[in-house]
Design a protein around this ligand. Structure first.
Ligand code: KG4
Ligand code: ZN
Length: 346
């Protein structure tokens, strides 16, 4: 066990298709952040195949952890706690990380800390922005989630808006498949968009009745499919880049609009973005501009900390560690774990 003042946390993340481990010191000092991506395998199937994801996590997790410790120049003896994502995500994938974390914690008599995946994404903002402290607002846009969140304190969240159907990243992935750009959709659409005209096609900006902050992206996906089918039936050539750019603008318009409405209603001074879609340069630029116009400080993580990684899990776990939160051996994978509920589990 580490006897100094530093808190060394080994964090594990395996909720989807990245097998990841990191060593994080005192929450914001990332000593290693190892990510073994399965994207090449899942690309063959056009999306993540859960059974394959679990098997690949099993094959890779020990090597990824060994590399994380090695890169941080530490051994298991130097650790103060083991952190792991326990939900939400693919149940078989989550179980690999949870079982591994429990085994290490049990064998080494170390505290075990289960972390909510979205809490991890939000916490990614703390790593490079050393001055960032709650309260602030965060727009979490990933493959599985679109949440507008009030970060009231470390580990304390209030979700004021979320998607009623597809997540923003899921919309990117589905639109990319329809356009013929392949998987994963987000980076492919972004790349194509730079060669396209974002005003070429007017796709809908969905509003959800009864909630100013909820999102809906399934209608947009249908609009893209209808547009493509219409072109095929009328023998109109499809300009992939124009469809990509116009689709991307429709998503970003809605995200920025909701975020700025919250800024104005709640008089927010600090706004952050997180999750895989937050690595989109056009979204970052639009958000930065909109925040600047309103005198709001804008925060965002580097792209590698936006997509799934274990450093963000280690950061979130550090604040749980300081608050004395610990899990026992009953920690289990919770595929549909809620963000607000996760703070009340202790
Ligand atoms: O956060 P993440 O790595 O995994 C989840 O927790 O879901 O997010 C993955 C999602 C995918 O849907 C991917 O298409 C999207 O993030 N994404 C992007 C970009 N890079 C990744 N979406 C838009 N633009 C990007 N550059
Ligand atoms: Zn994620």
């Amino acid at each position: 066990m580490n006897s100094g003042q530093e808190v060394n946390i080994l964090a594990i993340e395996s909720s989807c298709d990245e097998t990841a481990a990191a060593v994080v010191v005192n929450g914001r000092d990332v000593r290693s952040n190892i990510i073994s991506s399965q994207i090449d395998i899942h690309t063959l199937y056009g999306g993540v195949v859960p059974e394959i994801a679990s098997r690949k996590h099993m094959e890779r997790i020990n090597q990824v952890i060994a590399k994380a410790l090695d890169t941080a120049q530490m051994t298991l003896d130097d650790l103060d706690a083991i952190a792991v994502t326990y939900g939400p995500g693919l149940v078989g994938a989550l179980l690999v990380g949870v079982a591994e974390a429990k085994a290490i914690a049990y064998a080494r008599k170390l505290p075990l800390i289960g972390v909510h995946h979205i809490e991890g994404h939000i916490s990614a903002n703390y790593i490079e922005n050393k001055d960032l402290k709650p309260p602030f607002f965060c727009l979490v846009v990933s493959g599985g989630h679109t949440h507008l969140v009030k970060v009231l304190d470390y580990g304390v969240y209030e979700v004021i808006g979320k998607t009623r159907d597809d997540a923003a990243g899921e919309a990117f992935d589905k639109a990319a498949r329809a356009i013929g750009l392949g998987y994963p959709g987000g980076p492919k659409i972004e790349k194509a968009s730079y060669k396209g005209n974002e005003d070429a096609i007017l796709f809908p900006r969905a509003k959800v009745s009864g909630s100013a902050y909820d999102f809906s992206f399934s209608g947009l996906k249908s609009a893209v499919l209808n547009y493509l089918n219409g072109c095929k039936m009328k023998n109109i050539p499809i300009v992939q880049e124009d469809v990509a750019a116009s689709f991307q603008k429709a998503v970003i318009d809605v995200l920025v609009d909701h975020a700025m409405r919250a800024v104005e209603e709640y008089h927010i001074e600090k706004f952050a973005i997180a999750g895989g879609v937050a690595s989109n340069t056009v979204l970052r630029q639009r958000m930065e501009f909109a925040c600047k116009e309103r005198g709001v400080r804008f925060y965002y993580p580097s792209p590698v900390l936006c997509t799934d990684n274990a450093a963000m899990i280690g950061t979130a776990a550090y604040y749980d560690y300081l608050a004395g939160k610990r899990d026992d051996w009953s920690l289990n994978a919770v595929p549909n774990l809620k963000l607000e509920g996760s703070a009340k589990k202790y």
